[in-house]
Write a protein that binds this ligand. Structure first.
Ligand code: ADP
Length: 455
């Protein structure tokens, strides 16, 4: 593509004939670069590149024409073209120029029919005033008046430039070594920090490992102790059952009409023995149940359980307990969605009976109600009453063994404080959970949540 279309009139032309001209062309190159607004360093680069090109072109012995052009459009650029009148030198010139291209933005060597052409371009800095036609005229006029100095002048300018360049190199080297020192310092700091951090991490890790070891040891101890407790409870209650049953039998025998008649006081004492022995038997049985459940000795018998049957049975067996007319005892009919579930029928009935017995025990008036409904993939049984209620802070404590709410007196019957922990264990074995909502004076609702299908 030719530049002629939009390239304005060249800024300057000159001819290279003898070696001395190389100095002149160098000077003029710097002068043009300065005139169009290049910085000092760029002026030197361009001048050096140009003198190298001039020197190489002259070695072919044909002389050369040098043209300086400023391109104002786009990114303003200064172009220099050096043409000799001997086509076919391009490859050789290119080789001899070697690294000169690094001094400018582009350097191209080509052959055209008139001769070998070297074209160089260097962008002008953004801060340069616009190259209007008027400004170009001024630059042209300024350059026309410039009188080239002697080679000696050029040598002294070159020396000064060399000194300046050396100074700059030295300053850069100083900067570099200062930066290196800083970098080294920073690296040392980072390494120290890194070492400190990894040391701290290692210490923390050691601490955590030790803590875990201790925790493992403690839970192992806890498990052993808990197993020992369950074994002890199971053994003791089992051993107690036989003598207590014997005491009950003997008391019944003593009170039997067929036996020797008893005096009033004797009868009273025999009744006392009998009722105490019965209480003891309940406690022993409860303990045995709980110990068995805790020791994992209860294996559920899974089957599809018909809830209408379970509810019917509960209704029948518990109604005799709920005889007070002030309390409505209600066992709702299971809805069509909650007619059956996959569980252990005996354990489920035991849990619900336990909760219903408690509700009846602690309700003076109002109602006791058993209901069932499905919730997502689960089934929920609720045993609600309008009884004494339980303070919120004791909602978890009532599930501890032997815990009974202080001053909560059962309306009927006594208790051992083992019913709820046992019920929660059984529900756990069935793969579900047991929770309570209750408020003193308003009543309680115990909720058993179980999976509908096999856990
Ligand atoms: P207990 O044999 O004493 O009933 P539980 O473990 O079944 O033992 O219950 C523990 C305690 O929780 C009871 O002593 C009672 O204070 C309280 N409690 C349980 N159910 C109810 C209820 N429905 N209403 C009020 N308090 C209850």
């Amino acid at each position: 593509m030719s530049d002629a279309g939009h390239a304005p009139e060249p800024l300057m032309r000159m001819r290279l004939r003898v070696e001395q001209d190389v100095f002149v062309v160098r000077q003029m190159g710097r002068e043009v670069a300065r005139a169009v607004g290049m910085e000092q360093q760029d002026q030197t680069r361009l001048a050096t590149a140009l003198s190298e090109v001039g020197r190489v072109m002259l070695t072919f012995g044909h002389g050369a024409d040098v043209t300086f052009e400023a391109v104002p459009s786009g990114v303003p650029t200064l172009r220099v073209k050096v043409v000799n009148s001997h086509p076919g030198d391009a490859a050789e010139v290119r080789m001899q120029l070697g690294q000169v291209g690094r001094l400018v933005d582009t350097l191209e060597v080509s052959d055209d029919e008139a001769g070998t052409v070297v074209g160089m371009a260097r962008r002008l800095p953004a801060s340069v005033p616009r190259l209007t036609p008027e400004r170009m005229d001024d630059i042209r006029a300024g350059l026309a008046q410039h009188v080239p100095g002697t080679p000696l002048d050029e040598l002294s300018v070159q020396n000064q430039q060399l000194i300046a360049a050396l100074d700059e190199v030295r300053a850069q080297r100083d900067d570099l070594s200062r930066l290196n020192a800083e970098l080294e310092e920073t690296n040392r700091g980072v390494m120290a920090l890194y070492n400190q951090l990894s040391q701290e991490l290692e210490e923390t890790n050691r601490g955590v490992v030790a803590l875990y070891a201790e925790l493992d040891e403690k839970s192992e101890q806890l498990r052993t102790v808990s197993e020992a407790k369950s074994r002890f409870l199971a053994n003791v209650s089992h051993e107690l059952r036989a003598p207590v049953t014997a005491v009950i039998g003997l008391a019944r025998l003593l009170g039997d009409p067929a036996s020797e008649p008893l005096g009033d006081e004797q009868r009273r004492q025999v009744d006392l023995i009998s009722s105490s022995a019965n209480d003891l038997l309940t406690l022993v049985n409860d303990l045995l149940d709980l110990a068995k459940a805790e020791a994992g000795r209860i294996e559920p018998e899974w089957s599809e359980v018909d809830l209408r049957a379970v509810f019917g049975q509960l209704r029948g067996t518990l109604r005799p307990l709920a005889t007070r007319p002030e309390v409505d005892f209600m066992v709702e009919e299971p809805s069509p969605l909650s007619l059956s579930l996959y569980t252990d029928e005996v354990l489920l009935a035991r849990v619900l009976r336990n909760l219903l017995t408690n509700a009846i025990k602690f309700t003076a008036e109002g109602e006791v109600r058993l209901a069932v409904r499905t919730v997502d993939d689960d089934i929920e049984f609720t045993v609600s009453d309008t009884g004494t209620g339980i303070p919120a802070e004791l909602h978890e404590r009532i599930f501890e063994e032997f815990y009974q709410v202080p001053r909560s007196r059962a309306i009927t019957g006594k208790g051992t404080g083992l019913g709820l922990p046992y019920a929660r264990r059984l529900v756990g074995i069935l793969g579900g959970g047991l929770r309570v909502d209750s408020e003193p004076g308003r009543g309680s609702t115990f909720t058993v949540r179980l999976p509908l299908t096999r856990p």
